[in-house]
Ligand binder design. Structure first.
Ligand code: BGC
Length: 903
């Protein structure tokens, strides 16, 4: 047995604003000599797999220094026993290949519901085989429409113009015989909670998630083997509004029912018996319907729960056997959507952790204000007593106003309020089911006495994606910044990457998602959310090739530079970070269509001056705004997306397309230079964003590059090391600083404590990344109608947006020293190039890449820089030290030392 050193088993120290907090444990990675972390379609032991040829991946577990994989063998069988003796589904045989990521299953065509057990072994460079891995499994979903025997059901006809009560459905069924396997498949237009015999099925929230339900409906699968027992069982469901029927504020306005009038449900329980018989219990008109205590449920507005309307006061519960359901109505069978049911690709939304309140104080209006110390996405969980008929109210806010009350003006029209009415029992243990809020503070009113500190907790709810990145330094402020970045990423992962989790918006804004993604891939596994969300983008793409500004887009959301380009940039970024070619293949046609749209609607290959420009570039007191021209931004992105599409064509082997795109790219760059670059190599638009875009997208003549880099550095210095860039310019700028090794400039900027800067937010007590550089600033805040404060413009001021978090990529690469080598996607080749600076005395970073864990740890004492690096098996790394020495290394642990010219 062997533990990869360089990996902190004991844990990291999380420091909040100088105060030591609980250590953050980093799970150890044990290399035992056989493959580990087996995944199918990027998940461990998934159910309901929709891919015809599921992709299998593993980490090579060889702990020998320099270990590589020279060959692999995958075996797949219908039972673990057969896998051990004679695999009856597929045996790849020994394949001479170093591929250990996304190897497509290559056996006979898989059928619906097929369960596959699999294992893998690898050979090292000397031809010695490893032991077989542990056994993993996957199960195919329902691959054809004909596999669905259940019908879509809804409440009997009712008025859904306002928030309708949640629909409750139940179905009793009897099974007898010896059961071998039970699987449940569920989808909904709306959001469901499923139960079997009174017990919740799974931990998913807001399932099945958000798509354009007119184009595709996701279904999930649950294994109920062992839970469905012989005799009487009850399968039941509660159905809330969700995105299908709840309020959504889109460009076309705020309303509900964007996708149709009714919530509806489809559920199919497949019971298999040991004698080979099968039984299917599906939703149909034999299910019964009722309403219950959930009177309203809305993403923006919250949930209303009246426990006096509990369906089963005293007796057997409505969702369990033995309940008298004779007074329930018949469920209504409704026509299914024209859109297909598709296996859910993304990680489901689930509760992640429960936070205790740090304090509770009495605020204005007799509201008890709980502070959780962290801005999150989720709901409150309460344990309270009260008199029958009395209602307590929970309101949510990210910030307090100057009087100590909840600051809710920035939530705009989202009521973000949950209400609960007590019944005779006088006790409530409750958390809302079909809503989430963005908050740090919860205000509780309507209680008679001072509530206990532990009466209200906060449940963090978001995509259940595994964490992949760890970053820690000797500077507590920088650590807080990293924590804020990770929190904003978590809080904005709600099946789609959202812009914000709190106000009446929460849309899959394309600009936000793609501008943050390169950092996001360091912190959490983004591969599945983006595989799924790209389908949302394609669903929203118009016939003439326009990608929209957000997706899903039930209205006509329009297009914009740097936003719509997500349709090209995101697949490419996922390919680069995870080595995933499928995402390129799936999106290729759509990418070509966007390029063609841009070509057709440009004038002389210059894009029109539309869109959002360098959105939210900071307001500097006493300085005139310095906008970056919108046509320049658009044309820069046109060139960039053409180049990425060309590379995609090349990867996919479409040589002719690649040549055509190369020519177009050449022409767009030429047009850019003609219009924006002077004879002296200067840009006509002298902003940091313009230079950053031109440099990062390679739009300048080579002769002008060095001067442009110098000019940019001078300009940043002249700005006192402060950003002057917005959404578009900031990520580009940080990339330029990394690429042109302007490490010192980068450190100055990242560690800037004055406005506008990253640590300014941290100094103001931010626990997430703000939407604006001045979301709160005494001189530049615009005040709002409720109070004369330093809050940014209330019309649009979230304290939980991802985009400024784009600095994280620079932090991982330059401080942590972990970067990718784009020539070998998926971190097959790694660049280790840590650069001390900013007064740091140590830094640690780790990334669980597709090949395994990459880890660095450096310390600086006087002039001695010591570095420890772990490189995973089957990869190689270039280690570039601060003294200029460059070494290439293979897998294993490596120590380096460099003596610096200056301490
Ligand atoms: C969102 C932004 C988004 C923008 C487009 C806002 O309402 O919150 O993050 O990029 O609209 O201008």
């Amino acid at each position: 047995m062997y533990k990869m050193p360089g990996i902190w088993v004991v844990g990291l120290l999380v420091v909040a604003l100088g105060a030591a907090a609980a250590p953050e444990p980093l799970p150890a990675v044990l290399l035992r000599g056989w493959p580990l972390r087996l995944t199918c379609e990027h998940r461990e032991n998934p159910l309901g797999v929709g891919a015809e040829q599921p992709r299998l991946s593993w980490w090579v577990g060889d702990y020998a220094p320099g270990a590589v994989q020279s060959a692999y063998e995958i075996a797949v069988a219908s039972t673990p026993e057969k896998l051990a003796s004679a695999p009856d589904i597929w045996d790849s045989g020994k394949v001479a290949s170093d591929q250990s990521v996304d190897v497509p299953y290559g056996g006979p065509r898989l059928h619906s519901e097929q369960r596959c057990y699999w294992k893998v072994r690898t050979w090292n460079a000397a031809g010695k085989p490893s032991d077989w891995s542990n056994i993993n499994s996957w199960e195919m979903g329902l691959l054809a429409p004909a596999d669905w025997h259940a019908k879509w059901i809804a409440a009997p006809a009712r008025d859904t113009a306002k928030s309708a009560p949640a629909a409750y459905f139940r179905k009793e069924f009897v099974v007898d015989g010896h059961i071998s396997r039970v699987t449940l498949y569920v989808s909904a237009r709306g959001v469901y909670e499923m139960r079997l015999d009174g017990v919740r099925i799974g931990r998913d929230r807001m399932a099945p998630g958000w798509t354009d339900y007119r184009k595709r409906n996701q279904y999930l699968a649950y294994d109920l083997t062992g839970r469905v027992t012989g005799g009487l069982n009850v399968l039941s469901a509660i159905l809330g509004d969700g995105w299908h029927n709840g309020y959504l504020k889109l460009e076309a306005g705020m309303r509900k029912n964007w996708y149709g009038e009714d919530t509806s449900l489809i559920a199919q329980l497949v019971v298999e018996y040991k004698d080979g018989k099968r039984e299917v219990i599906g939703t149909d008109d034999s299910w019964s319907f009722n309403t219950g205590p959930i009177l309203e449920s809305d993403l923006y507005n919250g949930e209303v729960y009246d426990s006096r309307l509990e369906l089963d006061p005293g007796g057997p519960t409505w969702d369990a056997p033995g309940y008298n359901g004779t007074r329930w109505a018949k469920a209504r069978v409704v026509p299914g959507p024209d859109a297909p049911l598709v296996a859910k690709v993304n990680y489901p939304i689930r509760p992640q952790e429960v936070l205790d309140a740090k304090s509770v104080v009495l605020g204005p209006n007799y509201e008890w204000i709980y502070d959780f110390g962290q801005n999150i996405s989720g709901v409150a969980k309460v344990k309270l007593t009260g008199r029958a008929g009395h209602t307590f109210v929970l309101r949510y806010a990210e910030r307090l106003d100057p009087k100590g009350g909840l600051y809710t003006a920035n939530l705009r029209d989202a009521k973000a309020t949950d209400r609960y009415t007590f019944d005779e029992s006088g006790g409530a243990v409750w958390e809302p089911e079909f809503t989430t809020h963005g908050f740090r503070y919860v205000g509780l009113s309507g209680v008679d006495e001072r509530p206990a500190l532990d009466a209200v907790q906060a449940v963090v709810i978001h995509n259940d994606a595994p964490r992949t990145g760890y970053f820690q330094t000797s500077d507590p402020l920088l650590n807080r910044l990293q924590s804020n970045i990770q929190w904003s990423q978590r809080d904005n992962a709600a099946d789609v990457p959202t812009d914000c989790p709190q106000r009446d918006e929460r849309l899959g804004w394309t600009g936000d998602a793609s501008l943050y993604l390169p950092t996001g891939t360091f912190n959490y596994d983004e591969s599945l959310m983006f595989e799924k969300w790209m389908a949302d983008l394609r669903d929203a793409q118009t016939a003439d090739g326009r990608f929209t500004v957000y997706a899903p887009a039930p209205d006509d959301a329009g297009d914009a530079a740097a936003y719509s380009d997500a349709g090209v940039i995101c697949p490419w970024t996922i390919f680069e970070r995870y080595g995933d070619r499928k995402i390129l293949a799936e999106n290729y046609r759509a990418m070509l269509a966007w390029i063609e749209y841009q070509r057709k609607t440009s004038e002389g290959l210059i894009r029109p001056a539309t869109g959002y420009g360098d959105w939210l570039a900071p307001v500097i007191p006493g300085q005139p705004a310095q906008p970056t021209a919108r046509d320049l931004i658009g044309t820069a992105y046109f060139a960039y997306t053409t180049e990425l599409t060309r590379r995609t064509a090349q990867v996919l082997g479409n040589t002719q397309d690649a040549q055509r795109l190369a020519a177009l790219h050449h022409d767009v760059v030429a047009a850019f230079q003609r219009k924006y670059v002077g004879a002296d190599g200067r840009l006509s638009n002298d902003t940091q964003a313009a230079y950053a875009l031109a440099l990062t997208f390679d739009l300048l003549p080579e002769s002008a590059t060095a001067a442009a880099v110098r000019h940019l550095a001078d300009d940043i210095r002249a700005h006192g090391w402060k950003v002057s860039t917005g959404f578009v310019g900031t990520p580009a700028l940080m990339r330029v600083l990394k690429r042109y090794r302007m490490d010192d400039v980068g450190y100055h900027m990242v560690m800037q404590r004055e406005y506008p800067g990253w640590l300014y937010m941290v100094d103001q007590g931010a626990t997430t990344i703000w939407e604006r550089w001045n979301s709160w600033h005494p001189q530049t805040g615009s005040g709002d109608k409720f109070s004369d404060t330093a809050f940014g413009d209330v019309k649009m001021n979230s304290f939980n947006h991802t985009v400024w978090g784009c600095v994280g990529e620079w932090m991982y690469a330059v401080i942590g020293g972990i970067d990718l080598d784009a020539s070998a996607p998926g971190f097959k080749r790694i660049v280790i190039r840590p650069r001390p600076g900013g007064g740091l005395t140590w830094a640690k970073a780790a990334l669980d890449s597709p090949y395994g864990r990459i880890a660095t740890h450096w310390t600086l004492a006087d002039r001695t820089f010591s570095l420890q690096v772990s490189i995973p098996p089957n990869t190689r790394a270039v280690v570039d030290l601060p003294d200029g020495k460059v070494t290439e290394v293979g897998a294993g642990d490596h120590s380096f030392e460099a003596v610096l010219a200056q301490p």
